[in-house]
Design a protein around this ligand. Structure first.
Ligand SMILES: [Fe+2]
Length: 545
């Protein structure tokens, strides 16, 4: 069964699933270079079809996230060429559909739940799925049971119970973008103390007791602004929280800390309640709130939970995949998929050489990947900053060794260097380590496997890797196994041969404010507009003098 899934809206994206296998998935922002782009995902659909070598007429189902089919859908998917509406420019790519293709929309939260359920490592177990985001289809938090290929809705909480919007309003009051800067609030929280501002901030949050929303928060109307194709949301609470911050002279880090505490406390109450009433202690987390890796740690540590799976791309940027997986659950017998984040476009050495020659850029081509890894590991050990562009681009917000900026974790100044000269971002923000899987016990106190930087860990031996440790001694790791990313694994191994440390600092390859790079041209632009010393694309290496 050939299924195309599409998400229109914030972080628009598309995915193709064929007979229970994810073939391709990508966000539109990577093509049009606007972070969180809400444009119609024309490029993403086009890419997914090409990668799957399918025409629209080969599809069995087109699945769309959200209960209502987006108004633009029938403008780009048309039945016959002659029916092209005159209000769409002729140069826009239309997809020629037919009446045999089933077109089906799925509830926003069900799409989030399907991502978590189908991609989790739980096979035949009953699982409790918690979805939490700002809001989608008038719901902010939903609880599902997943069993035997079926998702059963247990509870939906309304928009007035949104913990995501609460946290985003605090984020906006701190001066960052709602729907983008929440990770900064979480990072800043580690520097603060919640005791003085907790009660004052609680006014702006919903409150739950025994699985019931006992205090709703009337967030009022959302103020929408579309800038360069991306949505910017605003609620009146952001103004009020900002006022509180100024009038009460609350420190920014203390406000962030209080917001983090409230977010954690409310989710923990909800999750404990649903474990108690269902008796299910295998938990799956999905929805944008679970990009909060500190919250995820608190949940994983609950003694009521046996095992917890966090979907690694939990925000709306996976809803194209989520819609495909809903269709898979409803229309086929498949209900499990192997998830990998490497689902985007790739480029051959030939493509890369062509671009470098056209731009008259000198490069060195390696005939052996061993020699390439040795050379790059050597440069990393000398504190060189390396752009690492390999294979298929990652789906989701994290660079996991295919579109990454790498540096040695041994030198604490490397963190400041990347913040100041490469990423141009706030000093307090931590970087993540990529750790050889077999070394996890050397660096991490807790036992879970995290291959996607989606969970926070208490660090061990942290004085040896200072540039990847947060102020509170925690790490946000990607464990790297050979089978998941053989070339990246090989590079870290080579680095270990030189330094004795099987860890690299890994952050996304992008220019500040832009999405992760997609193409060699994007990577070259990033290389020449930042303090990167070396750019490696496939087996080709470029160095700055
Ligand atoms: Fe969502």
């Amino acid at each position: 069964m050939n299924i195309l899934g599409i998400h229109f809206g914030h972080d628009s994206n598309a995915a193709i699933v064929i007979d229970g296998k994810i073939i391709a998935a990508v966000q539109e922002e990577r093509f049009n270079r606007v972070k969180h782009s809400a444009d119609i995902p024309l490029n993403s659909i086009d890419y997914c079809l090409k990668e799957a070598q399918l025409k629209v007429s080969d599809l069995d189902v087109i699945a769309i996230s959200g209960q209502n089919i987006h108004k633009d859908f029938y403008r780009i998917f048309i039945n016959k060429k002659e029916e092209i509406e005159s209000d769409i420019p002729v140069y826009i790519n239309k997809f020629i559909s037919n009446n045999k293709i089933k077109i089906q929309s799925f509830d926003h939260h069900m799409c989030h739940a399907a991502c978590g359920y189908c991609c989790s490592y739980f096979d035949n177990d009953k699982v409790l799925i918690i979805v939490s985001d700002g809001a989608g289809d008038d719901c902010s938090i939903s609880i599902w049971k997943g069993y035997n290929g079926k998702l059963t809705l247990l509870k939906k909480y309304p928009k007035t119970g949104s913990m995501g919007w609460f946290f985003s309003n605090v984020t906006e009051a701190l001066g960052w973008v709602h729907g983008d800067g929440e990770g900064k609030t979480m990072g800043l929280a580690s520097y603060g103390d919640f005791s003085n501002s907790l009660d004052k901030l609680k006014i702006f949050s919903p409150y739950y007791i025994d699985g019931q929303l006992v205090k709703e928060r009337n967030y009022g109307d959302v103020g929408f602004l579309k800038l360069k194709g991306a949505y910017h949301w605003h609620f009146k609470d952001a103004n009020l929280i900002y006022k509180l911050l100024i009038q009460e002279k609350i420190k920014r880090e203390d406000l962030a800390c209080a917001a983090q505490k409230i977010l954690e406390d409310e989710h923990i109450k909800i999750i404990k309640y649903w474990i108690k009433v269902t008796g299910i202690n295998r938990v799956v987390l999905s929805g944008g709130v679970f990009l909060n890796i500190v919250l995820n740690r608190k949940i994983c540590d609950l003694e009521e939970i046996d095992k917890c799976y966090i979907f690694p791309n939990p925000g709306d940027s996976s809803l194209g995949l989520g819609a495909s997986l809903c269709a898979m659950l409803v229309f086929s017998n498949n209900y499990k998929v192997d998830y990998t984040p490497y689902l985007g476009p790739s480029f051959s050495s030939k493509d890369i050489e062509f671009i470098l020659q056209r731009n008259k850029i000198k490069y060195k081509k390696f005939s052996s990947l061993d020699c390439l890894c040795k050379k790059v590991a050597e440069e990393l050990s000398k504190d060189k900053c390396v752009g690492w562009f390999q294979g298929r681009m990652e789906y989701g917000p994290r660079a996991l060794g295919n579109r990454s900026i790498l540096m040695s974790p041994l030198n604490s100044q490397n963190r400041d260097y990347i913040n100041k000269f490469v990423k141009f971002r706030e000093k307090f923000r931590p970087f993540c380590p990529s750790i050889l899987y077999e070394e996890k016990d050397k660096w991490l106190k807790e036992k879970e496997d995290d291959f996607y930087m989606i969970l926070c860990f208490n660090g061990k031996n942290i004085d040896k890797i200072p540039s990847v440790v947060h102020v509170d001694g925690t790490l946000r790791p990607q464990l790297v196994r050979k089978k998941d990313n053989p070339l990246y694994y090989r590079l870290i191994k080579e680095f270990k041969k030189i330094t004795g440390i099987g860890v690299l600092l890994n952050t996304s390859l992008n220019i500040m404010g832009e999405p992760i790079v997609l193409s060699p041209t994007d990577a070259i632009k990033c290389f020449y507009s930042t303090g990167l010393d070396i750019l490696v694309m496939e087996n080709i290496l470029i160095e700055k003098n």
